[in-house]
Design a protein around this ligand. Structure first.
Ligand code: MN
Length: 312
């Protein structure tokens, strides 16, 4: 998925409570956008008052949406640096192709994880005959030490799943309840999907030093006495002890966590740079079509053009 241009420079983030008190839950509204094919997208991160949750630096909720056969998502070749793209598919099927030669469909219950590192380009399109899309796409900022790793792509068809308190858990990233997700990470993170058909009271042990957020995808979640509906991100700050949630019947929600990411980064378009110069070089490399981002083979359509840099 390819977002409209988004610019956030380092700094200006009030997610930490400097007094060390238990953080209050905050309600972050979505900005609504559309990706190709008229599929509605709710964008939760970055937000003006919460750039990231751990290293999770971008969060889009696409759909649920229906479309005519032949429609749906169609995102042409575009580059990434300095991040991992993380796709969690709930409904529908999308084909990923990248400049390393990977051609990988992703289906419900699976994760695609693309590590851009120094540079990669890719495409994403709803497969022929598909008429549904419901997915979450996230980006993970790579820490400085890994910002320039060689690009890679990994497909995870099987993730740890369990049921507790009437809630189905799928571990997308990190560890929880004695399980460890296979997804390759470069910083301490958590990603869990919670799905309750009949309603649940759910508790989870925190990891020391982690901040957390919950996004209802469908239904509603009650946290600290406040109700959050679909596409409202509950930003919980750093928490100790046990996280507790009440899920209404039919609720599907994403729980994200991680150690607060303290390194400065610059997000622009599809890039997570260490600084503005880093982004400017990536822009120039994409515009010049040099070897840095390779080529996506067998995709029939134009490349995405980068928008002008937001600074002069
Ligand atoms: Mn992309």
């Amino acid at each position: 998925m390819n977002p409209p241009p988004q610019f956030l420079d380092s700094g200006g983030d009030d997610r930490r409570d400097t007094l060390g008190n238990a953080a209050q839950v905050r309600r972050l509204p979505a900005r609504l956008a559309a990706i190709g094919g008229g599929i509605p997208v709710a964008r939760l991160l970055p937000s003006p008052t919460q750039r990231m949750i751990g290293a999770w630096c971008f969060l889009d909720h696409a759909g649920p949406a229906g479309f005519d056969p032949g429609g749906g998502m169609r995102v042409g070749p575009h580059p990434h640096i300095g991040l991992q793209t993380f796709t969690w598919m709930i409904e529908g099927e999308v084909l990923h192709r990248d400049s390393l030669g990977h051609v990988q469909p992703i289906r419900p219950g699976q994760v695609n994880l693309m590590t851009a590192g120094h540079g990669i380009s890719h495409t994403e399109e709803s497969v022929l005959g598909e008429t549904r899309l419901h997915a979450a796409q996230l980006w993970i900022a790579l820490p400085n030490a890994a910002a320039n790793v060689a690009p890679a792509f990994d497909h995870y068809p099987d993730l740890p799943r369990w049921e507790k308190d009437g809630c189905r858990f799928t571990l997308l990233a990190g560890r929880s309840d004695g399980r460890i997700a296979p997804t390759k990470l470069y910083s301490p993170l958590l990603g869990v999907e919670l799905h309750s058909v009949d309603g649940s009271h759910v508790t989870l042990e925190t990891e020391t030093g982690f901040e957390y957020g919950v996004l209802p995808l469908t239904g509603e979640v009650r946290i600290d006495g406040e109700v959050f509906v679909a596409n409202e991100l509950a930003a919980m700050g750093v928490r100790k002890g046990v996280l507790a949630f009440d899920l209404a019947p039919g609720t599907r929600a994403l729980l994200l966590g991680g150690e607060p990411f303290d390194e400065p980064v610059v997000l622009w378009w599809n890039f997570v740079g260490r600084d503005r110069a880093d982004v400017a070089v990536a822009m120039s490399d994409w515009q010049q079509r040099n070897d840095r981002f390779g080529r996506v083979a067998n995709y029939d359509g134009p490349l995405l053009e980068a928008p002008a840099l937001p600074w002069s």
